[in-house]
Ligand binder design. Structure first.
Ligand SMILES: Cc1cc2nc3c(=O)[nH]c(=O)nc-3n(C[C@H](O)[C@H](O)[C@H](O)COP(=O)(O)O)c2cc1C
Ligand SMILES: Nc1ncnc2c1ncn2[C@@H]1O[C@H](COP(=O)(O)OP(=O)(O)O)[C@@H](O)[C@H]1O
Length: 312
C-alpha cells in the first residue's frame, strides 16, 4: 500500500481509482464493510482501491472544544489499513481551507479534477463539505452529473448494535472491552514504548513494564484488565492497569502498566502492543502498599482464571 500524507498538491495520484472516503476512526467492522466494498468494486472493474481519510479528525478544526477523542493514533490506523489489500492510502491534511470548501467544490476540485475518480464508496451517513451540507444524495447526484460510480454501504448492525466509532468509545469508557473488540473486528490495543518507572518491583513483588500515554484518546475505563502483549511478533498474556496509580502517585498522569506472566526479560525501550481482553476491576486508591500488593495478587489470579476460559 502506497501512503500519501499531507497537502493535496503533494499527492502522486494514479488513474482509475475507487475511493472509500471517511474518517475511519478505529477501522471497525462497519468501516471494513465500506473498504471491502471499495476493494470488490475495484477488482470487478480492473480499477485501484484506495482510502481517502483526513488528519487531524475534522472535528478538531471545525469544533475544537467538542473534538472527538480518537480511538487510535494515526500510525495505528495506518497499521490496520496496511493489512487490507488497498493500492493507496491518502491522508489529507484537514485545515481551514478544506473546512471552508463547500460540498460541490469538494466533489469538483478534489474528487473530479485532482483524483479523477472512477468510483466512490461511503457509508450511509457520510457527510462532507463546509457545514457538512454534502451527503449521500449530493454524491449520488454528482455521480450522474460527472459519470462516476457511487456505492452507498448501508448501516451495519452487529447483534442488534449499530456499529459506530462513538459506540466503541462508549463501550471502552465502560470497560466493556469484549463488546468493543467485537465491533472493532480486532482486539482494542494500545501501542507504546516501555520506559523506566520508580523501581518499586522489589517492594511490591511484581515487575511491570510502564508505557506512558498521550492525553485525549478514547481510552478504556481506568482499571485492571487481562491483556495479550505482543513483543516483536511474540504473544504473551498478562495483567495490566491503565490509570494514574493513585495509591503511589499524585501526579494524575495516565499510564499503562503491564505485568507479563512467566516472563523475566529486560524490555526497556521496546515497543509493546497491549491488547485488552477482559475487564477485571476499576482502579482504586488503596490504603497502603500491603493492600495494593494483596489486591494485585488477587488480580493476577483472577486474570489467570479469565485466561483459562478464553484459551480453553
Ligand atoms: C495488575 C495491577 C493492578 C494495579 N492496580 C492499582 C490500583 O488499583 N491502584 C493503584 O494506585 N495502582 C495500581 N497499580 C499500579 C501500581 O501502583 C504500580 O504498578 C506500582 O506502584 C509499581 O510502579 P513502578 O512500575 O513505577 O515501580 C496496579 C498495577 C498492576 C500491575
Ligand atoms: N514479567 C514481567 N512483566 C513486565 N516487565 C518485566 C517482567 N520481567 C521483567 N520485566 C522488565 O522489568 C521492568 C520493570 O521492572 P520494575 O522494577 O517494575 O521497574 P520500573 O519501575 O522501571 O518499571 C520492565 O520494564 C521490563 O523491562
Amino acid at each position: 500500500m502506497i501512503i500519501c500524507e499531507g497537502k493535496l498538491e503533494s499527492f502522486d495520484i494514479p488513474k482509475n481509482l475507487v475511493l472509500a472516503i471517511g474518517n475511519f476512526d478505529g477501522i471497525h467492522i462497519g468501516h471494513r464493510d465500506v473498504i471491502n466494498s471499495c476493494i470488490e468494486i475495484a477488482k470487478r472493474n480492473g480499477w485501484l482501491a484506495a482510502v481517502l481519510t483526513f488528519s487531524p479528525h475534522p472535528s478538531n478544526i471545525i469544533d475544537p472544544k467538542n473534538a472527538k477523542q480518537p480511538i487510535y493514533p494515526a500510525q495505528q490506523k495506518i497499521d490496520l489499513l496496511k493489512k487490507l489489500p488497498l493500492s493507496h492510502l491518502f491522508i489529507l491534511d484537514f485545515d481551514l481551507d478544506l473546512m471552508r470548501l463547500n460540498h460541490d467544490e469538494f466533489i469538483k476540485k478534489i474528487l473530479i479534477e485532482k483524483f479523477q475518480i472512477k468510483g466512490v464508496v461511503t457509508g450511509y451517513n457520510f457527510s462532507f463539505g463546509n457545514k457538512k451540507l454534502g451527503d449521500v444524495n449530493t454524491l449520488m447526484d454528482a455521480s450522474k452529473k460527472y459519470g462516476f460510480l457511487y456505492h452507498i454501504v448501508e448501516k451495519f448492525l452487529y447483534m442488534g448494535i449499530e456499529v459506530s466509532s462513538s459506540k466503541i468509545r462508549e463501550l471502552l469508557a465502560m470497560g466493556l472491552v469484549e463488546t468493543a473488540n467485537q465491533l472493532l473486528g480486532e482486539n482494542y490495543a494500545i501501542c507504546g514504548e516501555v520506559i523506566r518507572g520508580k523501581k518499586m518491583a522489589t517492594t511490591l513483588g511484581f515487575k511491570t513494564a510502564n508505557i506512558p500515554l498521550k492525553e485525549n484518546y478514547a481510552y478504556p475505563l481506568r482499571g485492571v484488565y487481562l491483556v495479550r502483549v505482543i513483543i516483536n511478533e511474540i504473544h504473551f498474556y498478562g495483567v495490566a492497569n491503565i490509570g494514574v496509580k493513585p495509591t503511589v502517585s499524585d501526579e494524575n498522569k495516565i499510564l499503562l502498566e503491564v505485568h507479563i506472566f512467566n516472563f523475566a526479560k529486560d524490555i526497556y525501550g521496546q515497543i509493546l502492543k497491549v491488547e485488552f481482553l477482559h475487564f477485571i476491576r476499576p482502579e482504586r486508591k488503596l490504603k497502603n502498599i500491603e493492600s495494593l500488593q494483596k489486591q494485585v495478587q488477587n488480580d493476577m489470579r483472577e486474570a489467570q482464571y479469565a485466561l483459562r476460559n478464553i484459551v480453553s
